[in-house]
Design a protein around this ligand. Structure first.
Ligand code: TYC
Length: 108
């Protein structure tokens, strides 16, 4: 009886063992949005969508028209740091070209 095998993790040496958490939680995701305005040219918005969001001309035109008619639209979904970088790049680019186009983000 004294030499029966142990069936716990510490092999009978009194070490406290805590079971590891099985997984890391996935990072929260953020939607990057464009907002409509009355002044930014449609061509410029299409240029932004192709340059910063990797869209082809057809997708970029669809998203631009969606924003134009609905007021806002999603350009892409990213982790926080990538979304923040996209927002900064788009707003800098728009200001450099003297357009009031606004890009923002929200948790998806
Ligand atoms: N409403 C603008 C126009 O009529 C076009 C536009 C589309 C502006 C999308 C911003 O995010 C925008 N010229």
């Amino acid at each position: 009886m004294a030499n029966e095998p142990h069936h716990d993790d510490d092999h009978g040496h009194g070490v406290a063992v805590e079971t590891a958490k099985p997984k890391l939680a996935p990072p929260p995701l953020y939607s990057v949005l464009l907002l409509n305005d009355d002044y930014t040219p449609m061509d410029f918005v299409v240029e932004v969508l192709t340059r910063f969001f990797g869209m082809n001309l057809e997708s970029a035109t669809q998203v631009m028209l969606h924003v134009h008619t609905r007021g806002r639209g999603v350009c892409g979904v990213y982790t926080r740091e990538i979304a923040e970088a996209k927002v900064a790049q788009v707003n800098d680019f728009s200001r450099q070209h003297q357009h009031p186009l606004l890009c923002t983000m929200e948790q998806a």
